[in-house]
Design a protein around this ligand. Structure first.
Ligand code: SAM
Length: 265
């Protein structure tokens, strides 16, 4: 069911170094689905809770669901003191089983942050439609392009360094391509949702520690430099990118939304 992509040490790097979502994104979700303190939401592919936790602050309760137990273990750490989140091991193919847990209650929102590219969205969206209340909906959220794919001197240097390390060019964009997002939107419409798109743009400056940590958080566990290679890896990475500091990243968070009609059942 699960992949090894986010297991082991990678999960810890993900919790510590992956950026979360600005409040403007949460504002957009609340406005789009009319979310209130009465609503329950599902954050599918929740990882270490980057979207689950701010969503919990805006709703009655959130179910964070992910097939990778190591990510959920880190999410629990991140959620220390938060009492209205429950974490479930499960993948997109398990969402229909949530009806048992919800006991007739309908969800106000389902968020999928940086994770839909792992799922079968053609099957998932119709399944989510029946779990949602009228006016609620699905939000497919992309948290910016990978930091090594920008056209800035430090990002170019990082891309070149990582391509050399991995022995292949780096091109994958994890659902950030317009074409993929158009496909998601069409698929939401085919499942009966009214679709929309909202962008939140900002710039974020990160330091070298966060740059390295974010790189580690994006590697499968078996590709992480071995512990005894790590100092050398980081030193060479620093030599490659430091001439181009500060590391300022343009971040575009895109929310592709599908709202269930207010008259739907
Ligand atoms: C890049 S992380 C995103 C974490 C978080 N939602 C965020 O916005 O940062 C992708 C997550 O999707 C999860 N995932 C992978 N395959 C999945 C599937 N089939 N169903 C649900 N989640 C899945 C992974 O375990 C991982 O935690």
């Amino acid at each position: 069911m699960t992949t090894l992509k986010f297991s082991g040490e990678v999960a810890g790097f993900y919790r510590r170094y992956r950026r979360g979502y600005p409040e403007a994104v949460l504002d957009a979700l609340v406005a789009e689905f009319g979310l209130t303190a009465e609503d329950t939401a599902l954050d599918l592919g929740c990882g270490t809770g980057q979207l689950t936790l701010p969503l919990a602050a805006r709703t009655r309760a959130v179910v964070g669901m992910d097939p990778e137990p190591d990510m959920l273990a880190e999410a629990r750490k991140a959620a220390a003191g938060v009492t209205n989140v429950c974490w479930l091991v499960g993948a997109d193919s398990d969402v229909s089983a949530l009806e048992l847990v919800l006991g007739g209650e309908k969800l106000g929102a389902v968020t999928i942050g940086q994770a839909l590219h792992w799922m079968d969205h053609e099957t998932l969206f119709p399944a989510l439609h029946s779990l949602l209340r009228p006016g609620g909906g699905v939000a497919v959220v992309t948290n910016g392009a990978p930091m090594w794919l920008h056209d800035t001197p430090w990002s170019n240097a990082l891309r070149e360094y990582l391509s050399g390390w991995l022995g292949k060019p780096l091109v994958r964009t994890c659902g950030a391509e317009q074409e993929e997002q158009d496909r998601y939107r069409a698929s939401l419409a085919a499942a009966g949702f009214t679709t929309g798109e909202t962008d939140v743009d900002y710039e974020d400056e990160i330091d070298l520690e966060h740059l390295v940590g974010a790189v580690y958080s994006a590697m499968p566990e078996d590709l992480l430099p071995k512990p005894d290679e790590r100092a050398g890896f980081e030193e060479r990475l620093s030599v490659a990118v430091s001439p181009f500091a500060p590391f300022v990243e343009p971040v575009r968070v895109r929310v592709v939304s599908g709202r269930k009609d207010a008259t739907s059942v």
